[in-house]
Design a protein around this ligand. Structure first.
Ligand SMILES: [Zn+2]
Length: 206
């Protein structure tokens, strides 16, 4: 079994964060992946120690939807979490990043209207992502969530669409999660019971 040091997707607000093999990057509005400084903080992150439990060949000519359908056939327990590491060559890659936010914070659905979208053709790199079960509604985005980092680790973002070329799908099945909550006064009084599912569904997709 192959083990990688670390793998991540984290989110939003002043960019899209992505980590691969223990290195963290922040993809800002210019589409550039900047190495994250040690003192930087984030309100939300999904991180795992990535072990390859299963792998498969990445079929050619899948769009993002087709890739998710392929992954649907590979994952066997829909109530577990999965992490994915998909190194390959992609014929097309459409990614976005979001602008920095200042208080008072607006809903993500509004922020995303100002997103910057980048289209790359014939690019090599790695898709990094997670599958979260439906019962995670409200805590995370149920279903698939992918970020991309190119081979030189200079550009990337939150995946909106793609077309596969060739590569490998590596899968880590996860049956245990640890959740850390913020200590900030803002978080202490936030109204979080309202159903965010619909607006999240909208902003995470094309
Ligand atoms: Zn994202």
């Amino acid at each position: 079994m192959q083990t990688y040091r670390l793998m991540v997707t984290f989110n939003h607000l002043d960019g899209e964060m992505v980590a691969l093999d223990g290195s963290f990057y922040q993809v800002k509005m210019d589409g550039v992946a900047y190495p994250v400084k040690a003192r930087q903080q984030t309100p939300f992150a999904v991180v795992t120690q990535f072990d390859v439990d299963q792998d498969a060949v990445l079929p050619a000519d899948l769009d993002y939807q087709g890739l998710q359908q392929k992954l649907d056939r590979l994952i066997t327990n829909r109530n577990h979490f999965y992490a994915f590491r998909i190194p390959g060559r992609f014929r097309k890659m459409m990614v976005r990043s979001v602008p920095a936010q200042l208080p008072p914070y607006r809903p993500l659905a509004e922020v995303v209207k100002e997103q910057a979208v980048f289209h790359y053709e014939d690019t090599e790199g790695t898709l990094i992502g997670f599958y979260a079960p439906d019962y995670m509604q409200g805590l995370n985005v149920p279903g698939y969530h992918f970020h991309f980092l190119n081979r030189n680790r200079t550009r990337g973002g939150h995946v909106l669409d793609l077309q596969t070329g060739s590569g490998k799908i590596e899968i880590d099945e996860i049956s245990e999660i640890v959740m850390s909550l913020p200590h900030s006064p803002t978080f202490a009084t936030l109204e979080l019971a309202q159903d965010q599912a619909k607006s999240l569904q909208q902003v995470e997709k094309k």
